[in-house]
Design a protein around this ligand. Structure first.
Ligand SMILES: [Fe+2]
Ligand SMILES: [Fe+2]
Length: 160
């Protein structure tokens, strides 16, 4: 990153990179989880959920890309090993349901992942509000996306 770009970051750059890498890991794992679920689920309603999983899987990969760009800009190294993604992740990974027709469980798992992402981004956007505006804004943009993801999934819940 340029001299001035670095100078305006008042937070510890090491800590920013660590938080970014946790979020980056979450995004890769969400990308993988949704991608896998899109292939795995079966049954009539699966055809309704599949395109949403595919679309959001691609969105989460896009998020990982944006976070990686910020890590690189700060002179850091995005997590490079899949095993490390699990270790660095803040939200972790929930193994897809064994029963591919258990779509309620799929919806619940996705909603759990989105809820964790919303909590993470809301906390991190707040954390860097006054100390790293670029990272703050990135987290805010990601937060908006996850809030809309959650809303989309809640529509699939019975009674909503
Ligand atoms: Fe995301
Ligand atoms: Fe999401």
């Amino acid at each position: 990153m340029g001299k001035k770009g670095k100078a305006i970051v008042k937070a510890s750059i090491k800590e920013v990179i660590k938080d970014l890498n946790a979020a980056y890991s979450d995004e890769w794992l969400a990308h993988f989880q949704y991608w896998y679920l899109a292939k795995w689920i079966k049954g009539m309603d699966a055809d309704t959920l599949r395109p949403v999983l595919e679309e959001q899987s691609a969105d989460e990969l896009g998020h990982a890309g944006k976070i990686a760009e910020r890590i690189l800009q700060l002179g850091g190294r995005p997590v490079a090993h899949p095993a490390q993604l699990l270790k660095s992740s803040g939200c972790g990974f929930k193994e897809p349901a064994l029963d591919p027709t258990d779509l309620r469980r799929v919806i619940r798992d996705v909603l759990d992942a989105e809820a964790c992402a919303i909590e993470t981004y809301s906390r991190l956007a707040e954390k860097y509000r006054g100390t790293d505006l670029v990272t703050h804004e990135l987290f805010e943009d990601l937060l908006k996306d996850e809030v809309s993801d959650e809303e989309q999934w809640e529509r699939f819940l019975p009674g909503s």
